[in-house]
Design a protein around this ligand. Structure first.
Ligand SMILES: *[C@@H]1O[C@H](CO)[C@@H](O)[C@H](O)[C@H]1NC(C)=O
Ligand SMILES: *[C@@H]1O[C@H](CO)[C@@H](O)[C@H](O)[C@H]1NC(C)=O
Ligand SMILES: *[C@@H]1O[C@H](CO)[C@@H](O)[C@H](O)[C@H]1NC(C)=O
Ligand SMILES: *[C@@H]1O[C@H](CO)[C@@H](O)[C@H](O)[C@H]1NC(C)=O
Ligand SMILES: *[C@@H]1O[C@H](CO)[C@@H](O)[C@H](O)[C@H]1NC(C)=O
Ligand SMILES: *[C@@H]1O[C@H](CO)[C@@H](O)[C@H](O)[C@H]1NC(C)=O
Length: 330
């Protein structure tokens, strides 16, 4: 009897406020990398089957306001492996730097093998936070590399490329990622740019900082024939003129000091040009910060018509842009 009480107490105190949940990935209250898109896992005490209850992710803004980021019934986008429910994450879900999110699991998200629905994980219980510091940087494939990547399975090649880049730093953690975008270099369409996301080290004493990684990779790539890349298979595909470069627009978004300097020293018309010529991902991140402010969304959907609206809007907006970026990013 005492043991039972003890056990129930133990489970009641369990962080998920749900006795049947053993653990989760990501865990409660942890910091995850920006654009985290590993599967979300929930490990359950007993055997289960996915059911119709929704699993959703919300961004928490100002304590009370929740913004939906993704939602689906467990039966559509989750699979069960050995008592673990493993669910898909869109790479657009955790797309705000230094932000809080809550993962909400509705009643009947899974059923036991006796067909009984399991209970929910309430709003605000399973919270995670995106990391505060991250930077996007680019490497460029040379002509050979660009045509090779265009004609083979890119996701496989990018996985392999990332592994070799990490080996050459060397980096064993998850702080460096390749993000979805591989696109032609606007200044030379025959060459592809591959975009990396670098997250701040969680353990600064033992892991290289963002700056270290960018600096090292730049040297390593520029000296690819004699550097650690010399014996790596993908070396021949990397552009050693280009090296490894930080994306300016992302520094504007994420780096307060740089933005300060930039807005004080550079004409706002230049900022506008940078925004207009940047990729849709960053515009999306910028515009998702404005509830009810449509200018940037209009920019996104009308990007093809940019050259037409550019002239009309530029007078109106030049003065507001720096303010806009500041509001957008901080
Ligand atoms: C998570 O954070 C909440 C609120 O800050 C706290 O009450 C709870 O104990 C934390 N849970 C864990 C497992 O750290
Ligand atoms: C799941 O969410 C969708 C979209 O909000 C909603 O239409 C549907 O009724 C929800 N399903 C359940 C079982 O609550
Ligand atoms: C999540 O579950 C899947 C399927 O069991 C597994 O392959 C993956 O490694 C799990 N992720 C983590 C971080 O445990
Ligand atoms: C399932 O979990 C059990 C107990 O943890 C383990 O012994 C078994 O190897 C696992 N099976 C698979 C397929 O992972
Ligand atoms: C995220 O949540 C933590 C803990 O509740 C809070 O201290 C922090 O201010 C929140 N951050 C944001 C950006 O809302
Ligand atoms: C490309 O490679 C990925 C990763 O190995 C794989 O999941 C995908 O099915 C492959 N796609 C094609 C079209 O072969």
């Amino acid at each position: 009897m005492h043991l039972l009480i003890f056990l129930s107490l133990f489970y009641l105190l369990d962080g998920y406020e749900n006795v049947e949940i053993l653990s989760s990935y990501p865990e409660l209250n942890v910091t995850i990398p920006l654009l985290f898109n590993d599967n979300i896992n929930i490990s359950i005490l007993s055997s289960i089957a996915p059911s119709s209850g929704n699993i959703s992710v919300y961004q928490i803004v100002n304590q009370n306001t929740l913004i939906l980021r993704q939602i689906y019934p467990a039966s559509s986008y989750c699979l069960v492996y050995n008592k673990t429910l493993s669910c898909r994450t869109l790479s657009s879900t955790f797309n705000r730097i230094n932000s809080n999110y809550t993962i909400v699991v509705d009643d009947n998200f899974v059923t036991s093998l006796f067909n009984e629905p399991l209970r929910e994980i309430k709003k605000g219980v399973w919270n995670v936070m995106t990391s505060k510091y991250s930077t996007e940087a680019l490497l460029r494939l040379n002509s050979d590399g660009s045509s090779y990547f265009s004609s083979y399975n890119q996701s496989q090649l990018l996985d392999d490329l990332l592994q070799q880049i990490k080996q050459s730093i060397p980096l064993i953690n998850d702080h460096l990622k390749i993000i979805h975008n591989v696109q032609s270099d606007p200044s030379d369409f025959s060459k592809l740019l591959v975009e990396f996301l670098i997250n701040k080290a969680t353990n600064p004493l033992n892991e290289p900082s963002i700056n270290d990684i960018v600096k090292d990779l730049n040297i390593i790539i520029k000296n690819k024939y004699i550097s650690t890349l010399a014996d790596k298979q993908f070396m021949i595909f990397l552009d050693d003129q280009y090296g490894f470069q930080i994306k300016l627009i992302n520094e504007l978004c994420h780096n307060v000091k740089f933005l300060d300097w930039f807005t004080n020293n550079v004409k706002s018309v230049l900022i506008f040009t940078i925004i207009a010529s940047t990729d849709v991902t960053c515009l999306n991140i910028l515009s998702s910060n404005f509830a009810g402010f449509n200018f940037l969304s209009a920019l996104i959907s009308k990007k093809a018509e940019m050259s037409i609206i550019y002239g009309a809007m530029i007078d109106l907006l030049i003065e507001d842009i720096p303010q806009l970026i500041i509001q957008a990013c901080f």
